[in-house]
Design a protein. Structure first.
Length: 533
């Protein structure tokens, strides 16, 4: 029996039943013709500052749907579906039809793809608004900083974050999981990447290596899996200067602390405020706050009101991990399938249980190169990656990973009493690995060329209409409608309460929030009202 098998066998069923997962899904709001909707966040959906399930990401036009924490995949996806039902009905009403007709063309929709729709000029992409409170203003200023640093187009990319925890896992064990995940994240890009093409408006004025698809406005990379996770996606020349170690909590925290506290000359040139007094960014450091650090996976901890994420990690350790590599699946109305979720469960268990050597600057650079290769050329026959300085075929490495997962699938099925759900999901996903033409990225390109005259936006718009129709056709019980109506009203009341309690001038609030003392462990810092930036 291998060491991995012994470790898997030692996991008690009740511990596996303690696995928790939650989903955060970003989607752009678009008009019926596929152009970005620049209307305010719908009032019927409540306050994006305080609503537990419906908020916004970078843009006012970018809704983020957030599930609670669930013990089983079906319950998690059911809640995600319910949130979609509520959002689609609110967006349909914006079109003026008022009838919520599943076949109606009027009304806004959620864009079904990760890469954005037709975009206006950069300055016309609206930054999210969160009200007049200090925390609401800070959230907007942080996003204004992102726009100065990276441009607004990059921030309109959307994806799915999968949050995951297992009882009894220490911070050191979570960091072992993270190291293994980073080494092998290419597998998830290969299997689930669904963004091989993009509208040319996304790269207007930017250098790129994409090719035109036909004679229309679509650009693509022939063997790409996920442009979202490649050089055109969540990448930053400034952050490329960081070499963040994941060997333990303190080495990770020290790397981030330096980026959060040391001024960065190009951002000093931008300044905190402009000549008219408007705020440009929260700080002039390499990272304004912890969430600005881009990565395929993050260690996370639930924070107290006004607490910095790094302080929470140092004080109380890692509570869960946030997987950030998943594209929206444009063929699925809610953007993710149960098979994908179950595969992620198995993949994370494998990363946790397998040996995880300490990383090094050389390996960190190797991991980055592998990610870029898998994103841009992952489906290319014979593609070679690097492992420990030695070349290895992506398909061979993938086969090694898949070889270890059937045991974990059987263990999960036995523990969760779901029949053969995990084994069946693994079998279907493994069949994709052996049939590259059936991978999501390949299916996207096939559909664009065969059905939509080489136009990415036409494909994504059709999928968006189909997703809305499928969601609107589902039963929407009155109890569900009332629950979300109550959540919306309560969120607006909570925003008003936070705004009424504000006492500090915003500049004092900003200075206090970004103070290096708030990152340090071992001593308390006074609470700041209103939640987390």
């Amino acid at each position: 029996m291998t060491e991995l098998m012994k470790r898997a066998a030692s996991l008690a069923p009740e511990r596996l039943r303690g696995i928790r997962r939650g989903i955060e899904k970003e989607s752009l709001r678009v008009q019926p013709d596929g152009q970005l909707a620049r209307t305010p966040h719908p009032a019927a959906l409540g306050s994006p500052l305080t609503h537990p399930n419906i908020t916004t990401d970078f843009s006012e036009s970018q809704i983020e749907l957030v599930t609670g924490v669930h013990g089983q995949v079906p319950a998690c996806l059911a809640e995600l579906t319910h949130i979609h039902q509520t959002v689609h009905r609110a967006l349909a009403a914006l079109g003026g039809n008022g009838q919520h007709d599943a076949n109606a063309d009027a009304g806004e929709m959620l864009w079904a793809a990760s890469m954005p729709c037709g975009l206006p000029v950069d300055e016309a992409i609206p930054i999210a608004q969160y009200g007049a409170s200090n925390v609401g203003r800070a959230r907007r200023v942080y996003r204004m900083g992102l726009s100065h640093r990276y441009g607004r187009r990059m921030q309109t990319i959307s994806g799915i974050h999968y949050n995951w925890s297992l009882p009894g896992v220490t911070s050191d064990q979570y960091f072992g999981l993270i190291r293994n995940f980073r080494r092998q994240a290419f597998a998830l890009l290969y299997l689930f990447g669904a963004s091989p093409a993009v509208c040319s408006t996304f790269v207007a004025g930017r250098q790129h290596d994409l090719q035109p698809l036909g004679t229309n406005s679509t650009l693509y990379a022939p063997w790409a899996t996920s442009l979202r996770m490649g050089r055109l996606g969540y990448q930053s020349d400034a952050q490329a200067t960081l070499t963040v170690s994941y060997n333990d909590l303190e080495s990770y925290a020290a790397s981030l602390q330096a980026a959060l506290t040391q001024p960065y000359p190009p951002y000093e040139a931008v300044g905190i405020q402009g000549p008219g007094g408007d705020y440009n960014q929260l700080s002039t450091t390499l990272l304004q706050i912890e969430n600005e650090f881009y990565g395929t996976i993050r260690p996370k901890r639930v924070v107290s009101s006004g607490e910095r994420a790094l302080h929470a990690l140092r004080e109380r350790g890692v509570e869960y991990v946030e997987v950030r590599v998943l594209d929206l699946d444009p063929f699925v109305p809610i953007g993710i399938t149960a098979d994908t979720a179950r595969f992620i469960d198995l993949f994370l268990l494998y990363c946790l249980l397998a040996d995880s050597p300490r990383d090094s600057p050389q390996e960190i650079a190797e991991v980055k190169r592998n990610q870029q290769l898998a994103a841009a050329r992952g489906r290319e026959p014979g593609l070679m990656l690097q492992r420990g300085g030695q070349p290895i075929a992506l398909t061979d490495w993938m086969a090694e990973i898949l070889h270890h997962l059937p045991l974990l699938a059987a263990v999960m099925d036995a523990a969760l009493h779901e029949g053969t759900a995990y084994r069946d999901a693994l079998a279907r996903i493994a069949s994709l690995a052996a049939a590259p033409r059936q991978l999501p990225a390949a299916r996207v390109l096939q559909a664009i060329t065969a059905q939509y005259a080489d136009r990415f936006t036409a494909f994504a718009l059709a999928q968006s209409h189909a997703a809305r129709a499928a969601i609107m056709a589902l039963p929407y019980p009155d109890a569900l409608r009332q629950r979300f109506a109550q959540l919306a009203h309560a969120s607006l009341d909570e925003q008003a309460r936070i705004e009424a309690l504000d006492a500090l001038p915003f500049e004092l609030y900003r200075r206090e929030y970004v103070s290096p003392a708030r990152l340090e462990p071992g001593h308390g810092v006074k609470a700041l009202p209103g939640g987390t930036v």
